[in-house]
Design a binder for this molecule. Structure first.
Ligand SMILES: Nc1nc2c(c(=O)[nH]1)N[C@H]1C(S)=C(S)[C@@H](COP(=O)(O)OP(=O)(O)OC[C@H]3O[C@@H](n4cnc5c(=O)[nH]c(N)nc54)[C@H](O)[C@@H]3O)O[C@H]1N2
Ligand SMILES: Nc1nc2c(c(=O)[nH]1)N[C@H]1C(S)=C(S)[C@@H](COP(=O)(O)OP(=O)(O)OC[C@H]3O[C@@H](n4cnc5c(=O)[nH]c(N)nc54)[C@H](O)[C@@H]3O)O[C@H]1N2
Ligand code: SF4
Ligand SMILES: [Mo]
Length: 764
């Protein structure tokens, strides 16, 4: 079976009649592609009318056991959305759009991008990769086909508004950017959650369905859940303790935690000490940061810090941090220090602490070569900001496009891949204007939205209902080991294209090669690295392995290669009972691969010893010292972000079931701050920052820390030229990223400051 001819429902669906449904309906089991939790779903369909009748939680899914959230319906509503694009759209001279066929569209895109490359060099093209890529296996595996063909160093992604500081810290500490330590929620009895709101986000870099139940279970078994956040969040409501913290003061606070660990003799790394360098250096650094010295900046009383540290050390604790400690001024230091605290307390790689998943595709197995940490091979034209392991801060896209900032060396061709940076990246207004200076822009996207309206061409893929999937990223971030293949629920129409096909076809055209050959080369290149002499699969040649692969094209061929060689795999041995593609596809409720394992280090690391105080990260401490005084100022008002259960960044607002209800784009403000400005709930306010201003409704609430206001991101749909009529009517909102300053960076990672933006708020 080829991946571009997805499984017809009958191949993986159980015909079933149940109350209220006709005997001809079928239930297809697949995972929900909308957030990291990847819950198992029962999708009941009428295959004849190609309608989804209902979606329920799959009670037989080992991980989610029937759980789902309101966003489970997103997959259905996107599939049915009449405004969703299904065929390529090309902009005419007069700015209107026409549907064109795929051959014409792909030829046109390749010709324009190649013309720019020939006239101005490879770096005259650039691209931006957005978040749904992480939920689409073909999107992840086939990006190289496009990126390598472009050959540009102008590479941007949503990562620099997200987890990138964690990648940079991990790369320096563990030698591996993508091996995230994940809280062992099933066994911890003291969970510290900094800058994350898993009750709403459903857990990020901590993927697990029904996080609420998992956190409540910690409390029920006598443990504690401590949230540290400038907002008393939904998660704080079920936690045992909540500490308010000044935005951007997490690194200062974490250094004071280390200070207490050393001064009170609580720094006990245990077995980790045998393979960790740099502990003494951390002790010297932390010596300066007593809880007393940082208290004014963090807002946390010294005695509270000391008590928290003692209690954490007395328990089986796991210390975790997410978006709030990443997209802030000291994101890399804060991310690094979370790992430091877990190492110093012996909680990294220990049961009940922070553990490393063991994905079926083998990406954390021993014997991997270390990828060097590199940066500065390319510097932006406008301001000389260095790339870091291939990433440039996404907020710098605008100035790289503008003739006034980047001159002749500006970016002229631009590709967005499943991203909406006009709403998601800093200073979206400037970016939108800069896009109109481009010579050519193509968007791989399913909507005509705030970003893609600037494109010359939109290439829409099939959506999750129409293609198979494998939870490739989230098996590396799950709170329990699992492997999950999902079938296509409906076969797409003949003239629709899967996202992976668009990537490889466009890449192949740019390179001047047949796409089938490029696809084969990618698989053969992968096999050459993972089978044959010197690998875990020494007795099979790459050629033999290639001949054994089930599919002829598509992402599941690469997944098959990886899982057969991976820790649960059959190693291409026909007599083995290990995992192969047929067994994976037969497991219609997903494969439960057991709890996360402890004691995987140092074998699972690509470097021999943990580097607890890496030079690259430590070099940022001077900047941290300067940040101390700023955070102690009493007159500060700063903006942070928040997520909401019915949103997914910017792109679910056009779905009636998720967009209904009252306006959600509201500014939360503490009663003291509201009082000073004469504000009350329901009043409209103007929020202004260095780069822009917006108008929103305010809600006065003591869930905010004084001096901090909160706005959700992903709104701002009231722009002309988009086809998002539901979003425009139901939840237009205003774009919080029109306030995000593209120049403010977490310097070591080049990540933007979306939390802790200085703002002014006044009544309208
Ligand atoms: N202020 C502030 N800004 C933030 C954040 C924050 O916390 N605060 N969070 C940041 C984070 S963590 C992230 S991940 C980014 C997200 O940033 P982006 O990824 O740029 O934004 P999204 O809104 O997720 O855009 C997704 C795009 O993918 C398209 N799409 C969805 N499904 C498909 C599909 O199946 N096929 C195709 N071809 N396209 C599809 C949608 O139409 C939409 O255009 O936002 C960041 N921005
Ligand atoms: N429903 C829903 N779920 C989602 C998403 C969505 O848009 N909607 N987006 C998905 C994506 S792309 C991601 S990356 C994840 C993110 O997952 P989370 O990190 O759990 O997401 P947030 O809810 O943004 O939580 C960030 C928290 O950090 C706090 N914070 C802000 N500044 C600071 C600070 O300086 N220090 C500290 N300690 N805290 C701070 C905020 O108040 C907020 O409560 O969620 C994913 N899940
Ligand atoms: S929690 Fe996430 S994966 Fe589960 S149903 Fe909701 S959106 Fe889907
Ligand atoms: Mo994200």
């Amino acid at each position: 079976m080829t991946a571009n001819a997805p499984t017809p429902p009958s191949a993986s669906a159980s015909p079933r009649s149940r109350s209220g449904s006709s005997a001809s309906t079928q239930i297809v089991h697949r995972s929900c592609p909308t957030c990291e939790a990847s819950c198992g779903l029962d999708v009941e369909i009428d295959p004849v009318s190609r309608r989804v009748i209902r979606i329920e939680g799959d009670a037989q899914d080992q991980r989610s056991q029937g759980y789902l959230c309101p966003k489970a319906y997103a997959m259905k509503e996107i599939y049915e959305d009449p405004e969703r694009l299904r065929r390529p759209l090309r902009k005419r001279e007069d700015g209107t759009w026409e549907e064109i066929d795929w051959e014409t569209a792909l030829d046109y895109a390749a010709a324009r991008l190649n013309a720019i490359k020939e006239a101005h060099g490879a770096n005259a093209n650039g691209f931006y990769i957005g978040n749904p890529t992480g939920h689409n296996v073909g999107g992840q595996l086939y990006l190289p086909a496009l990126i390598n063909a472009l050959g540009t160093q102008r590479s941007f992604s949503a990562g620099t508004m997200d987890q990138f500081p964690q990648n940079v810290a991990l790369h320096n500490v563990l030698g591996e950017p993508w091996m995230f330590p994940i809280p062992d929620l099933e066994r911890t009895d003291f969970f510290v959650c900094m800058g994350g709101n898993p009750l709403v986000s459903q857990g990020s870099l901590m993927s697990g369905p029904n996080i609420k139940k998992r956190l409540q279970a910690i409390v029920s078994r006598g443990g504690r859940v401590v949230t540290i956040d400038p907002r008393r969040t939904e998660t704080a409501e079920i936690a045992t303790d909540h500490l308010f913290i000044q935005p951007g003061a997490d690194a200062h606070f974490l250094l004071s935690v280390c200070h207490v660990l050393f001064t009170e003799g609580l720094a006990k790394p245990g077995r980790l000490a045998g393979f960790t360098d740099g502990i003494e250096r951390v002790r010297e650094i932390a010596a300066r940061y007593s809880p007393e010295r940082v208290a004014a900046a963090t807002g946390i009383a010294p005695e509270t810090t000391r008590r928290l540290v003692r209690d954490f050390c007395a328990a089986k604790g796991a210390w975790y941090g997410r978006i709030g400690i990443c997209t802030q001024e000291f994101g890399t230091l804060a991310s690094w220090l979370v790992y430091v605290v877990n190492v110093l307390t012996g909680r990294l790689d220990a049961e009940g602490g922070m553990l490393f998943p063991r994905p079926a595709t083998g990406r954390s197995e021993p014997g991997r070569p270390a990828e060097p940490f590199v940066y500065g091979r390319y510097k932006t034209v406008a301001r000389g900001i260095p790339e870091v392991t291939g990433q440039i801060p996404c907020g710098l896209m605008a100035e790289e496009m503008e003739a006034a900032s980047a001159g002749e060396a500006r970016m002229r061709g631009f590709i967005t891949v499943m991203g909406n940076p006009v709403l998601s990246a800093p200073n979206g207004e400037r970016l939108a204007a800069a896009m109109d200076e481009l010579d050519f822009m193509v968007s791989l996207d399913i909507y005509l939205n705030e970003t893609t309206r600037h494109a010359d061409l939109i290439l829409p893929s099939t959506v999750q209902m129409e293609h198979e999937n494998y939870d490739f990223l989230f098996e590396t971030t799950s709170v329990r080991n699992f492997a999950r293949w999902s079938p296509a629920v409906f076969a797409p129409e003949a003239d629709q294209r899967d996202h992976w096909r668009i990537l490889v076809e466009l890449g192949a055209r740019i390179a001047g090669a047949p796409w089938e050959a490029v696809d084969d080369l990618m698989v053969k290149g992968l096999l050459a690295m993972i089978v044959g002499p010197g690998t875990r699969c020494p007795d099979v040649t790459p050629e033999e392995a290639f001949a054994k692969l089930e599919d002829r094209h598509g992402p599941m061929r690469m997944i098959e290669a990886l899982i057969r060689v991976g820790p649960y795999g059959d190693r291409f041995d026909d007599a083995s009972k290990g995992l192969n593609l047929a067994r994976l596809r037969a497991a219609e409720h997903g494969l439960d691969l057991g709890p996360l394992e402890a004691n995987r280090l140092p074998a699972a690391l690509p470097i021999p010893r943990i580097q607890l105080a890496p030079d690259y990260v430590v070099a940022d401490l001077d900047r941290l010292e300067q940040g101390l005084a700023e955070r102690s100022r009493a007159d500060r008002l700063v903006l942070v972000g928040r997520r909401q259960i019915r949103n997914m960044n910017s792109w679910l607002h056009n779905l009636p079931a998720l967009a209904k209800g009252p306006n959600r784009c509201t500014l939360l403000i503490h009663p003291d701050d509201a009082g000073k400005r004469g504000l009350e709930t329901g009043k409209r306010v103007r929020v202004a920052s260095r780069v822009g201003e917006i108008e929103v409704e305010c809600v006065v609430s003591d869930e905010m820390m004084p001096g901090v206001v909160s706005l959700p991101h992903g709104y701002g749909h009231q722009l002309p030229g988009v086809r998002l009529s539901v979003a425009q009517k139901q939840q237009p909102g205003a774009c919080s990223n029109y306030l995000t300053d593209e120049l403010a960076l977490d310097v070591p990672s080049g990540t933007h400051v979306a939390n802790g933006i200085p703002v002014e708020v006044r009544a309208l």
